[in-house]
Design a protein around this ligand. Structure first.
Ligand SMILES: CC(C)(COP(=O)(O)OP(=O)(O)OC[C@H]1O[C@@H](n2cnc3c(N)ncnc32)[C@H](O)[C@@H]1OP(=O)(O)O)[C@@H](O)C(=O)NCCC(=O)NCCS
Length: 370
């Protein structure tokens, strides 16, 4: 997520008294562009009616605000009316023309997608005019994939324009999935604050040189830098593609909600640059049960600087003090010698071995623990 701390941007559920400001954000896109296919901009009263309609359907509608000024807004709604579409949401986002490229759009989407994931939605779609290079780049950057293009689907200002369907999966397509739950504005505000998505990103853990914080959809590019690099991913059977990165991100977000922890984004304090991921997950040690594992995965240019050891030490403390467990574990592929050295440096010792079946390969692993 963009570092909103310094920028003073705050994300919160929209209120009726935001409707005039939201109408003002939207109007230029209706009047001057083919981004919106409406021809007359809605006034504040019509915006309020739409806001109430979305709230009644249990969808979040969020604004990005700075010093009391609404910079933009984003909302989710049903993708299709029939029950088969119950797990799908359609997104819309508008940032005032002079407030673009300051991270407001990404922060709105990060918060909105977290709400939808929390509610149990599986697919998020954005319908984007094509061509609209800005919005297409924005969605691609955030991990969306163009799933379909309907050429000449619409007409505005006497020109035919296409409609691109952008898609991001929020959870695996499991056989048994409960219907998504509605989320009220009060629930959304509480959830965004708890998950640190309201514009004040806070670290879960800090070390001398690193901050460890929860990842959001806005961290998709940073995650690609690590997971799509063959050199970093040797122990995982090679570089991930974008779909695998999204799956990985979804799994961490689901962990944050379910367990209260997961792999966090490690950010170098002095530069604000993502260094990789370090965190705590629950892993199964066959024959022994579930254990708290501390894991680390650093981008190539952040390796050999002691970050894994530094972050790993903070995670061991978290496992002991916050989770109240006696032992912290690290389950490491037998060929991954650098990672094994980190475990030894953290005072861990090898306790056993087992083979993981991952990406079609048999991968022997060594179980280290404190
Ligand atoms: C699309 C839109 C919401 C993006 O909001 P934003 O606040 O400007 O986006 P962000 O600052 O979070 O941008 C995040 C990243 O997306 C990409 N991006 C966003 N706008 C872009 C543009 N015009 N050109 C190229 N890349 C762009 C960049 O990678 C950017 O990161 P960077 O600024 O560090 O390079 C905004 O431009 C907008 O409101 N457009 C008109 C409405 C619209 O098209 N809505 C989508 C229809 S559903």
């Amino acid at each position: 997520m963009a570092d909103l701390e310094g920028s003073g941007v705050f994300i919160r559920p929209a209120r009726e008294d935001d409707c005039a400001a939201m109408a003002a954000v939207y109007a230029p896109y209706v009047l001057e562009t083919d981004v919106s296919w409406e021809s007359a901009p809605p006034d504040a009263a019509e915006m309020a009616r739409r806001l109430r309609e979305h709230a009644a359907q249990g969808f979040a509608w969020l604004v990005a605000e700075r010093r009391g000024e609404v910079l933009g807004y984003a909302y989710a709604g049903r993708f299709g009316e029939r029950p088969g579409f119950d797990w799908d949401a359609e997104l819309s986002v508008y940032v005032a023309p002079d407030s673009r490229r300051c991270g407001a759009g990404s922060a709105l989407y990060a918060a909105l997608l977290a709400c939808l994931r929390r509610q149990g939605y599986v697919n998020a779609y954005a319908l984007v005019t094509s061509p609209n290079p800005g919005s297409e780049a924005f969605h691609t950057n955030l991990g969306f994939r163009r799933a379909a293009l309907l050429p000449g689907a619409g007409r505005k200002f006497g020109r035919w324009v296409g409609l691109a369907y952008y898609h991001v999966p929020l959870a695996p397509l499991a056989d048994e999935l409960p219907r998504p739950r509605p989320m009220s504005p009060a629930d959304a505000a509480e959830y965004l604050h708890r998950r640190r998505l309201d514009g004040t990103p806070r670290a879960v853990l800090g070390t001398k040189r690193l901050e460890l914080r929860e990842m959001t959809q806005a961290d998709f590019p940073a995650l690609c830098d690590v997971l799509c690099d063959n050199a970093v991913m040797t122990a995982y059977g090679g570089a991930f593609d974008r779909a695998m990165v999204q799956d990985w991100l979804n799994r961490q977000c689901i962990r944050y909600d379910r367990d209260g922890f997961g792999l966090w984004l490690a950010v170098e304090k002095s530069t604000g640059r993502p260094a990789g991921q370090i965190g705590v997950t629950i892993q199964s040690w066959p024959g022994h049960g579930d254990v708290f594992e501390t894991g680390w995965l650093l981008s190539a240019d952040m390796q050999h600087r002691g970050f894994a050891t530094e972050g790993g030490r903070a995670c061991i403390r978290y496992i002991r003090e916050t989770l109240g467990a006696q032992h912290a574990y690290a389950i490491i592929r037998d060929t991954n010698l650098p990672s094994q050295r980190v475990a030894l440096r953290l005072g861990m010792a090898a306790r056993g071995r087992f083979t993981k079946h991952y990406r079609g390969e048999e991968m022997p692993h060594i179980v280290f623990s404190t």
